[in-house]
Design a protein around this ligand. Structure first.
Ligand code: NAD
Length: 474
């Protein structure tokens, strides 16, 4: 089988290739199919100029389409100064596997613009994003039925709003489904409740699934998060929401949060929301009252904790630092945060790893809900909400009459309400995460030789992609 890697020094792409091969050893695919599945179909490099600050600036970006076994293809767009084509191909491959694992009907894609967004004003970023969108549009690399970007590192619903607006301008005769050309949009532009929090919410559901499953080791034998110590690396969208939900809903102690410029810690647990407000106000997590700040290069991820959540970038845990990681459970909220070699070191030291293609799939799952909402042109729950409310009211009244007791006040509101969009989105996401967990854990239980959750997850995904290729005769 041809390798995926053009540059063996790029350990992110190399890790995906090696993980893929590890799973392939347990599959008996027809000759040539494995190679077809793992190869990236195309990567388009775009260079464009934007006149800013009285001169011309040139920008370079990429959009990789990894697999079109299912269309449209789907994947985020990141803005980062160190992005390159190989990183984008690695991320696109992971999207193919992730979509197959959670069974959403997309092929894998990914994009990046080599830019440090902190160096540009919002007005400048808007012009750059609009030009990038024009280039993608010209090449059929954005569109509701073709290729559907979403936010990733350095982008948010703001960039998605600019992209959808530019796409509509460029396609004035085809506006009916235009909103479905990107996901992760603001609600006012056709977004869906719960998309911004979705990846962090999915991280929470993934950990809950692992803990509830009595076949797993739990956290040193424990099956709940109350008081469990957690370190989060990266306090952006995914890290913030993961830390917030795990502490506020499940009682975990977020003892350390690491960022580029240092980390803050408090063994009693950090108030995540207050820390986020401090970061928004000052531009850094450092200097937060009620925590000890450590400025500088040290990452903090090697400190003592029950759970480590790398939620920043790829290759955070590598051959040099893996032996010093003390967490028993490593939850890959970022894409590719543990290299192939580091994975072996962590596991031989007794740690369990929940893999990225499962853990951070919440984003693409809720993106799928948003895309469906845009194409159906009807908000989720609109047709049945009031009917359900009336039915629940009738049941509550009947129960009260039959028992002569009043319905418990603390349960009444939740029982009576018909389900807002956010409730339906969370319910749908939880269902998908639970079902994907069963697929992974059941396979591992029936084939212990697979050895770990990552290989099991890759195996589930590759089987589905192989079946799709065979069904369409490619
Ligand atoms: P983000 O840009 O919102 O946040 C990333 C954060 O990590 C930033 O605050 C940044 O300063 C910090 N960071 C960068 N380098 C760091 C370092 N060396 N040490 C500590 N912190 C560092 O991005 P995000 O959307 O939260 O994405 C984070 C990861 O999750 C990425 O790997 C991304 O591909 C993955 N992911 C994101 C989504 C999503 O919906 N946003 C979905 C799936 C996967």
């Amino acid at each position: 089988m041809d390798g995926l890697v053009s540059n063996p020094a790029s350990s992110f792409l190399a890790s995906i290739d090696l993980n893929f091969r590890a799973a392939m050893a347990f599959l008996d695919l027809p000759e040539g199919l494995a190679e077809r599945i793992i190869q990236c179909n195309s990567t388009y490099t775009v260079r464009f100029g934007v006149r800013l600050r009285g001169r011309m600036y040139s920008f370079v970006g990429w959009r990789s389409v990894h697999s079109e076994h299912c269309e449209p293809v789907k994947g985020g767009i990141r803005y980062a100064p160190d992005s390159d084509a190989e990183e984008v191909e690695a991320l696109a491959a992971l999207m193919t596997l992730k979509c197959a694992l959670v069974d959403v009907p997309f092929g894998g894609s990914k994009g990046a613009l080599k830019i440090d967004p902190r160096e540009w004003t919002p007005q400048e970023l808007e012009r750059i994003t609009r030009r990038f969108t024009q280039e993608l549009n010209k090449r059929g690399l954005i569109g509701p039925g073709l290729n559907v970007p979403a936010p990733d590192v350095g982008t948010s619903e703001r960039e998605m709003a600019w992209m959808v607006d530019e796409f509509r301008r460029a396609n004035p005769t085809d506006v009916v489904n235009a909103r479905a050309c990107v996901t992760g949009k603001p609600l006012s532009k056709g977004g869906i409740a719960g998309r911004t929090e979705a990846t962090g919410r999915g991280v929470q559901f993934a950990i809950q699934c692992y803990l509830r499953d009595t076949r797993t080791a739990g956290i040193s034998g424990r099956r709940d998060l109350k008081g469990a110590s957690v370190i989060v690396q990266g306090f952006g969208n995914v890290g913030y929401h993961s830390g917030k939900f795990l502490s506020e809903d499940d009682g975990a102690r977020i003892v350390l949060i690491a960022e580029r410029d240092g980390f803050v810690s408090n063994p009693e647990g950090l108030p995540v929301e207050a820390l986020k407000q401090h970061q928004l106000r000052t531009g850094s997590i450092l200097g937060f009252e009620g925590a000890t700040s450590f400025a500088g290069e040290m990452s903090g991820i090697e400190e003592e904790c029950d759970i480590l959540i790398p939620a920043a970038m790829e290759n955070a845990i590598h051959i040099e630092n893996a032996e010093r990681i003390k967490a028993r459970l490593v939850v890959e909220a970022a894409n590719g945060p543990v290299t192939f070699q580091a994975d072996r070191i962590l596991r031989s030291g007794g740690a369990t790893i929940l893999p990225d293609l499962y853990v951070n799939a919440g984003g693409v799952v809720v993106s799928y809900f948003e895309w469906v909402k845009n194409l159906t042109h009807i908000p989720f729950g609109l047709m049945e909400r009031r009917r359900r409310e009336r039915r629940n009211h009738t049941i509550a009244t009947a129960l009260e009459r039959m028992t002569g007791k009043t319905f418990p006040a603390d349960m009444r509101d939740e029982f009576l309400e018909g389900g807002a969009e956010i409730d339906l989105v969370r319910s749908g996401l939880e269902d998908v995460m639970r079902s994907a967990w069963s697929n992974i854990a059941d396979l591992l239980a029936s084939q212990p030789k697979l050895g770990d959750y990552r290989t099991a997850a890759y195996t589930v995904a590759i089987r589905r992609i192989a079946a799709a290729y065979e069904a369409i005769g490619i």
